[in-house]
Every structure is written in C-alpha cells, then in structure tokens.
Design a protein around this ligand. Sequence first.
Ligand code: CA
Length: 237
Amino acid sequence: MTQKVSVLIIEDEKSICDFVSKTLQAHDYKTTAVHSGKEGLAQLTSSLPDIVLLDLGLPDMDGMDIIRKTREWSSIPIIVISARTQEKEKVMALDSGADDYITKPFGTFELLARIRTAIRHNNRMVDSHVNSNRPYSAGGLKIDFEKRLVSVEGKEVHLTRVEYKIVSLLAQNSGKVLTYDSLINQVWGPYADDNNRILRVNMANIRRKLEANPGEPKYIFTELGIGYRMLEDESLA
Ligand code: CA
C-alpha cells in the first residue's frame, strides 16, 4: 500500500475546512485541519505534511508570516487560500515563497488540480538534477531545452534570447503562476527596472509567435495583476 499524501489545512472558516477536508479525503488524501496560525506552525513542524493549504486571514496571525517562517527551513509546497481579491496580497504571498493561490469560492476540480500541480512541481525540484532537461510538451507546443528548440504543431518557432528565456522559465514551472517581478528578476537580473513594460512587450511578441490567436492564448495565460501561468506539461499530468 502506498502512503497517502498528507495535507495540512490552516483555515479558520469552518465551512471551508469541512469542504476541503471532505473533498480531499474522498480523493484519497490524508488531511489535518487547524484553525489558527499558532496551531498551524506547530503542526507543520510536528507532522511534516506533504502540502499546506493556508488561509491568509487567520485570527491570531497573518498567513504571510507563516509562509516566511516556513520558508526559513522548508520547501514544502504552500497553496494560499484567500478570500482577498487584492492582487497585491497574492503577489506578496507568491514572492514570499507560496507556490500558488486559490481564491474563495473555488470548486473541487480547481482545488485538486492546484494540489497535484504543486506536489508534482515540488517532486520535480527534488530530482531536478536527474531530469531538468526533459523536454516540455503540451497541446502541440514542444520545447527541447538541450537543443533550445521550440516548436508548435511540429513547426519550429524562432524566439529571441530573451523570449526563449521567458518561455523556458514558464515551461519549467508549468502549471504554476510566476509573478511579474520573479520573471523580471530571473531574466534581467535583480537590478532591472521593475516596471512590467518590457516583460509585456516580450510577452506580446512571444504570443504572436506561439499562439494561433494571441487574444485567446492556449499556452501562456495572464493572471491579471499577478503574472503568467503556462499550460501544464502533459508528461507530468
Ligand atoms: Ca480567514
């Protein structure tokens, strides 16, 4: 028998805790739910779960502090559950080390998809020395990282160096959102101008080259005010 994936839910809203716990248990996850930040931190260190679902608005603590404290010693995947619609907070959570976010109200399908993606991505990081060069493939888009070759439906696509860098970063994190700032940092370095204009210009060019209809992209999605998310690699799904 394989061991069940264990999920720690840190959320003070009982209805959400119940919904998430029931949904996950029905899909063969093991769940533990706590209702405060203090209990959450205690559970994190004592039970070492495989993944954390974290509410940002807790009664005793800001969820952001839990992310920062956890990241001091652990790379465990953290998905933020938030009622807050402000993009600023989601961006802050992602830049503080959260892996993804999910906005209330959310459905079963979205919850399960986010959890699977975060866990797979984490596993990939753990054995990335083995397969970091494995090609990306999804919906007709292929990227061969060794040959630096990008193709759509079998046709080679010519990208500039910067465009290739952006696309390969998104592909290596496929299924996950990357914030504008983290992309800018990784492509142009930490001293780059942090306005998004140059990134947006490059993205427009990338979409023109990759997408049949750049206005309705099927490979790289915009998360408004937050960043970009690339269609998840099929070989991982
Ligand atoms: Ca709350």
